[in-house]
Design a protein around this ligand. Structure first.
Ligand code: ATP
Ligand code: MG
Length: 318
């Protein structure tokens, strides 16, 4: 491991949320937002809050939605020098409504927004040149320039002793597209820390059985795997075996963003040299805090907040 910033590349969005449960957006309704959002943005905000050097390569429009995000990221310690501001493009957005069954309906404006125009700028090059760690978020890979920067910077980061983590954050459709699948495989082959959740494990390894899926990934060269299990907590796997840590018992208000703040917290704790068990406990706490508040980035945490939460919150059955 080397010193240096944790850098991620990908979409910055605002989230606008329906205030009632139901199906979609076919009638006029009450909404709340804009909340700063975008999986890579939530991730890097959490890194910044933990006091670790952090930067994001992205793009926003010259509008209030962009400002909301930039101000929040700056306030939380994230270097936004490589976030391009596109005059004439709108900042990306995601409208979300929760269904009574726990599912979600989305209206995304990403491809045709500033987030769809992320490009390899000189500022991006400068930030990537000083990265000690690259975190790849699968949701951004369909943007060609994002995959271009990811695949170009991985060998450079590795050559100077840096490391790579990968959260697939995937929708099944992305893997049906051959180019999408190839992009995911390229990143996976270089991944030190893989952070799947739920069925993503079997999607990637091609093995339905959890044990065989883990073995296949470790054989392929992934050094550490952390499987996110929602309210049940998380499990860590490496060549030395497995470690399970149960989740915290909280009331879930808004699940979006849990996986992103979980991943950021595990990564930072690991870089600080904490034990696997402590890293999982901190990451579970970060994920659990995120789900207790409305808005995906509203529940990101400092170490002091995580310590207080851990001391005060009961843990579920192992
Ligand atoms: P995302 O929706 O952000 O993509 P994910 O599917 O990647 O999430 P999850 O497993 O849902 O990841 O959540 C990540 C972590 O957050 C879990 O491993 C757990 O530690 C914590 N967490 C999530 N939901 C809950 C909950 N309802 N109660 C307690 N902890 C939770
Ligand atoms: Mg996820």
């Amino acid at each position: 491991m080397i010193e240096g910033k944790i850098v991620t590349i990908g979409e910055i969005l605002v989230e606008i949320m329906a205030t009632t449960l139901g199906h979609g957006f076919l009638e006029a309704q009450t909404l709340i937002g804009p909340f700063p959002s975008g999986a890579p943005a939530i991730f890097i905000d959490q890194v910044g809050k933990l006091g670790h050097p952090a930067a994001i390569v992205s793009a926003v429009g010259d509008d209030d939605f962009g400002t909301v995000n930039l101000e929040r990221l700056k306030q939380d310690g994230v270097d936004v020098s490589a976030v391009a501001i596109h005059p004439g493009a709108a900042t990306g957005s995601a409208f979300v409504r929760y269904r009574p069954d726990g599912g979600r309906d989305f209206v995304f404006n990403m491809r045709d927004s500033a987030a769809g125009r992320i490009a390899a700028t000189p500022e991006a090059g400068a930030v990537l040149a000083e990265a000690g760690h690259l975190h790849v978020m699968g949701s951004g890979l369909p943007v060609p320039a994002v995959f271009g920067m990811v695949s170009a910077s991985i060998p450079a980061i590795k050559a100077r002793g840096g490391t790579v983590s990968f959260d697939p954050n995937i929708r099944v459709e992305m893997l049906r597209d051959p180019a999408g699948k190839a992009a995911f495989q390229t990143v996976l082959a270089a991944t030190d820390l893989f952070l799947p959740s739920g069925e993503e494990l079997s999607l990637f390894s091609g093995e339905a059985d959890e044990g065989r899926a883990i073995a296949a990934l470790l054989d392929a060269g992934v050094k550490e795997i952390v499987l996110k299990r929602g309210k049940a907590g998380a499990s860590h796997f490496d060549r030395d075996g497995r470690t399970d840590v149960p989740g915290f018992i909280v009331e879930e208000i808004d699940p979006t963003g849990a996986g992103d703040s979980f991943g950021a917290t595990f990564l930072v704790a690991r870089r600080l040299g904490k034990s696997v068990e402590d890293c999982l406990r901190y990451a579970n706490a970060a994920g659990a805090r995120t789900v207790t508040v409305k808005g995906p980035m509203e529940g990101t945490s400092s170490f002091a907040e995580l310590d207080a939460f851990i001391a005060a919150t009961p843990v579920g059955a192992a």
